[in-house]
Every structure is written in structure tokens, then in C-alpha cells.
Design a protein around this ligand. Structure first.
Ligand code: F6R
Length: 245
């Protein structure tokens, strides 16, 4: 596991964006796995900016997003489709046909089949997967407990519902289930870049970076078995978990 410690969250976002931009500059036809959430949110403006300045060509990439809430209509403002359209796809002029964000509104079996088709149908595995990390230690929406390799419907952990209540009118409005890539799908990406910040991520980051245990109780620890993972954290978080270069 490679760890990059930056001055602050903004620098982490910039560094993370640069890793993604380097990937696309080296290989313009890259297939990217993308994440939503509050942490990843501020990575996208750096990518959009590079694109608008002509510093990168995003016209040949394809993208697959990690997850979506079950029951969420892609047309809703709270959907991960709307999040991606607003923050990356539309401002960067990426053709919607080259992007996939799972739908929480479709029949689950049909959507799982479509998700797998998008991940594997073209024979091109993800070149880079961007990840955030949950308070629960989840990656995608793979919550503590039983780890599932493939795309599946996942009940959300209480801590995830509480953490994500900030995006909804109330905690009771947070959907309780999601459709997500499995841990195995994430692990098939050639490169993984994880960005984390904030006090509430300290326990999960400690389990990820400060010991050798791989446990289904902290799904992100599975990343210790991947050969090319870069975690981008800020000094404040590094200090709180006791990370030393
Ligand atoms: C989002 C995703 C989640 C988030 C995680 C962190 O697509 O898969 O794993 O990355 O919940 O969310 P924030 O950044 O809001 O704390």
C-alpha cells in the first residue's frame, strides 16, 4: 500500500485528481471506476478544470460507478447519477453513453445483470478505481459482516445511514439498501486510489494502514491484498491514526 500524506483535504483532492489525470493521459481509453460521497466530491472540479483547459482529453474514457441507493430514481437530484452528471460528466462534456451509474429504480436482478455487463461485457477491466471509505470501513457499499465478491444488493450499516443523513432531509429518508460493486469487483481494478479525510474515518483508517489484519469487520482491509493501492490522506488524519512515513 502506498500512502501519500498531503497538507490538507484540498491538496488530497488535487493529488487524487492528478493520479486519475495521469492515468488518462497515459492511456486515453481508460476505464475508470468512480465514487460519489462528500470526500470524492471535491476531486472532480480538478479533473473538470484540467479538461476545460485542454490539459487532458476525457472523450475516450468509459466510467462505471461503484454504487447507488436502492429505490433511488436516477432522475432525482439525490441520485448518484445526478451527482456525477453535475460534478463531472456534464462540465467535462463526457458522453453519457460512455458512463454507467447503477439505477436504484430498475428491477434488482436486471440491474445486477446490466452492472456486470458494464464491468465485464467489453473484456476491459477497470484501469483505475477511485474509492472513499465509510465510517464503517466500507468500500463501495460493502458493509462489515459477510463480504461478497460480486455486484449485489447490500443492506446499509447503521453508521452509514447516520453518516449519510446529511445528504437527506432526515435520517428516516436515507434508503436502507444499495446496489454495489462487490469487493471482488473492486479488487479486479488494476490500480486503486482511496481518498480519506476527517475525524470520523480515524478507526477505519487505522485498521487499513496501521496493521496487517484483513477482516470482514472492516471491508477496506481487503485492499491490503491488492498490489497497487494508493491512499491519499491529509496530515491531520495521518497524525490522528499515528501514521509515520
Ligand atoms: C460512494 C461510496 C462510498 C463513499 C463512502 C464515503 O460511491 O461508494 O463508499 O465513498 O461512504 O463517503 P463520504 O466521502 O461522504 O464520507
Amino acid at each position: 500500500m502506498k500512502v501519500i500524506v498531503t497538507k490538507n483535504y484540498e491538496q488530497s483532492c488535487k493529488t487524487t485528481a492528478e493520479l486519475i489525470l495521469d492515468q488518462v493521459r497515459t492511456y486515453p481509453c481508460s476505464k475508470l471506476g468512480l465514487a460519489t460521497g462528500g470526500t470524492a466530491e471535491n476531486v472532480y472540479p480538478f479533473i473538470v478544470d484540467a479538461c476545460q483547459k485542454g490539459d487532458v482529453d476525457l472523450s475516450k474514457i468509459t466510467t462505471v460507478n461503484l454504487d447507488e441507493y436502492m429505490g433511488m430514481d436516477p432522475a432525482s437530484e439525490q441520485s448518484y447519477r445526478a451527482y456525477m452528471d453535475k460534478r463531472l460528466f456534464q462540465p467535462a462534456g463526457i458522453d453519457a453513453a460512455r458512463t454507467y451509474v447503477p439505477s436504484g429504480k430498475n428491477d434488482p436482478e436486471e440491474e445486477i445483470a446490466l452492472f456486470n455487463e458494464k464491468l465485464y461485457g467489453d473484456g476491459h477491466l477497470l484501469d483505475l478505481q477511485l474509492l472513499g471509505i465509510g465510517v464503517s470501513g466500507h468500500i463501495g457499499f460493502n458493509e462489515p459482516g459477510e463480504l461478497i465478491a460480486g455486484v449485489h444488493i447490500q443492506k446499509l450499516d447503521e453508521s452509514t445511514i447516520k453518516a449519510n443523513a446529511r445528504f437527506f432531509a432526515s435520517e428516516a429518508d436515507v434508503p436502507t439498501e444499495s446496489i454495489t460493486m462487490g469487493v471482488g469487483d473492486i479488487m479486479k481494478a488494476a490500480k486503486i486510489v482511496l481518498i480519506a479525510t476527517g475525524e470520523n474515518k480515524v478507526p477505519a483508517l487505522r485498521k487499513l494502514l496501521m496493521d496487517d489484519e484483513v477482516t470482514a469487520q472492516v471491508p477496506a482491509t481487503g485492499l491490503k491484498m491488492h498490489r497497487d493501492v494508493t491512499s491519499v490522506i491529509d496530515e491531520e488524519l495521518a497524525e490522528k491514526i499515528g501514521w509515520k512515513e
